[in-house]
Every structure is written in C-alpha cells, then in structure tokens.
Design a protein around this ligand. Structure first.
Ligand SMILES: NC(=O)c1ccc[n+]([C@@H]2O[C@H](COP(=O)([O-])OP(=O)(O)OC[C@H]3O[C@@H](n4cnc5c(N)ncnc54)[C@H](O)[C@@H]3O)[C@@H](O)[C@H]2O)c1
Length: 273
C-alpha cells in the first residue's frame, strides 16, 4: 500500500467492469477515487460515490470538486441504436469534458476502443504493430462515438490546454475468453498500471495509446503507452493452451473475427425498433 497521496480521481462509469478493476487497484497506488455512475455498487468500500448521469451537467459540476484527474469510462460499451449512442457516448462525453473544463481539472483519461479503428485489416499489420496514427475506421456507431471522443479530446487539448489521453482499450476482462482476446487482452492489473501511469505521467498535451497487456500475439504498438510510463507485466499466452483446446478448428483468415481489428463488431447490425 502506497503512503503517498497522489490526488483525487473522478471515475465515471466506476461501477462497471473496467471501473471495478481500477477501483480495486488505484487506491493501493496512492489515488483517492470518487466514483460516478448511474448505480452504486453493492459492496462495502471506502470509495466516495456519486450516483448520477453523465447527461446531467449539474451533477457533474458537483462531482468535479477537488478533482485532479478524470477517468471517463461511462457509456454504452457495445453497439446499440444510434440515438442511444448519441445520448450516452457522444453527448455524455461532451458533458464530462465540459464539466472538467469548468472545474479546472487539468487532465482527462478517457476510454476509447479498438473499435475506433475496427475496419482496418489485420493482414496489413502482419510485419509491424498497428500505430496510433492510422486513420479512424470505426466498425459500428459505438466505434464512431469513440472517434468523436478522440476528436473532442484533441479539440479540448488544443483549444483549452487540457491534458488528454485516449486509451484504445482492447478486451479488459479477468481472462481472455477466445482466440481474438489472446491478441487484445488487457489484464485487470495491467489496466491499473496503465491508468496509473497516465494519471501520474509528467505533463503532456494529447495522446492516443493502445491498452493491451504484453501479449506475445498483440498487434498494437505499445510504445506510445510505454513512453508515458506503462510497463505491462501480463501476457495472454498463459491462457493460450486452454483457449486453443476449447476452440473449434483452425482460424479462417477470411472470418471477420480474424480479418478485421474490430473482429465481429464489423458484423454488428444495430437493433431496430
Ligand atoms: N471492457 C472492455 O474490454 C472495453 C474495451 C474497449 C473499450 N471499453 C470502454 O471502457 C468503458 C468501460 O467499459 P466496461 O466494460 O467497464 O463497461 P460496463 O458496461 O461494465 O460499465 C459502464 C458503466 O457506465 C455506467 N453508465 C452508463 N451510462 C451512464 C451514464 N449515462 N451516466 C453515468 N454512468 C453511466 C454503467 O452503469 C456502467 O457501470 C466504456 O466506455 C467502454 O466503451 C471497454
């Protein structure tokens, strides 16, 4: 347990999967975490908590008091109807950035996604990892909302001097669940290491980084994250045997699951009503 108090983090979406991992890890590294979510997790704990909607600017203003860093995770984490994505992910992200600006919070770390670049074909990157500077190729409305998030972050960095890091998270779960996740896995402990590094790095302007572990088969360039202090310790290879044993046949390179960075999200059809 660290003795140093590094500062207060406001974490939107703190009750969710990634938020739960970060809430478990960041306090031990010296951060005070204030959660902000539609729901309060059903668990004892010392985390300060605000129940609120990122669409509610007044609730965000109150929650931003005495905050040093915002980690913005709240939103719909998969494909959905455009009107829902628009409210939660696009308008919600704008409201979080604008509240942070009003409160004078200097740094925002925001959860982008591999689906911002999901239509890039993996074969093109066989010989070199995919860089953070490839053009956006979102694979869903969800991916479009992450491209918006990255653009908004760039604008707030340039216009307002905010320090913004957009983390294109791969697959952040306890364990990789299939072959694709052997490439895209971000372990809970590495997620904590990554957000801790970005929260405590010396001053920066605007950064896009990929968020995966040190996976033997990872396709993304981790150098931008490493330059900011990220030192991943986990490798999905530890799960490869188990996943291969459960997999059905050899991977087909024409299957969208393997062909595109975004995998099956390239097949997503928004639900109709
Ligand atoms: N888990 C992954 O592997 C992964 C991969 C890429 C990107 N991401 C991104 O990381 C973030 C967190 O993902 P997750 O897997 O933890 O998702 P999750 O669904 O488990 O958590 C999202 C949280 O946001 C909250 N939320 C939703 N709308 C809200 C609103 N309007 N106001 C306040 N809170 C709201 C939900 O209640 C939930 O607790 C998301 O932005 C997601 O797009 C996650």
């Amino acid at each position: 347990m660290s003795e140093t108090k590094l500062g207060r983090i406001l974490m939107t979406g703190a009750a969710g999967g990634v938020g739960t991992f970060l809430r478990a890890g960041l306090p031990g590294l010296g951060w005070q975490v204030r959660g902000f979510d539609l729901v309060r997790p059903d668990e004892p704990g010392a985390t300060e908590w605000v129940v609120g909607d990122v669409g509610d600017a007044a609730a965000l203003d109150a929650a931003m008091r005495d905050v040093d860093v915002v980690i913005h995770l709240a939103g719909i984490p998969v494909e959905d109807r455009f009107d829902r994505i628009l409210t939660s992910n696009i308008d919600g992200t704008y409201k979080v950035f604008d509240a942070a600006l009003r409160a004078g919070v200097p740094r925002i770390l925001t959860a982008s996604s591999n689906h911002a670049v999901g239509y890039h074909e993996r074969a093109w990157y066989r010989d070199a990892p995919i860089g953070v500077d490839v053009r956006p190729r979102p694979d869903t409305y969800y991916g479009v909302s992450k491209v918006f998030m990255e653009a908004l972050g760039s604008f707030y960095a340039d216009r307002h001097g905010m320090q913004v890091a957009c983390v294109r998270i791969g697959s952040c779960f306890e364990e990789p669940r299939n072959r694709r996740m052997l490439d895209t896995w971000l372990s809970p402990a590495d997620a904590t290491r990554l957000f801790h590094a970005l929260a405590s790095a010396p001053e920066f302007d605007y950064e896009i980084v990929y968020g995966i572990s040190a996976n033997k088969t990872g396709w993304w360039d981790l150098e931008p994250a490493r330059r900011l202090g990220y030192d991943p310790q986990d490798d999905s290879d530890a799960f490869a045997e188990k996943i291969e044993a459960a997999a059905d046949g050899a991977p087909d390179p024409e299957d969208p699951e393997y062909r595109y960075l975004g995998g099956r999200f390239t097949l997503a059809v928004p639900p109709q009503e």
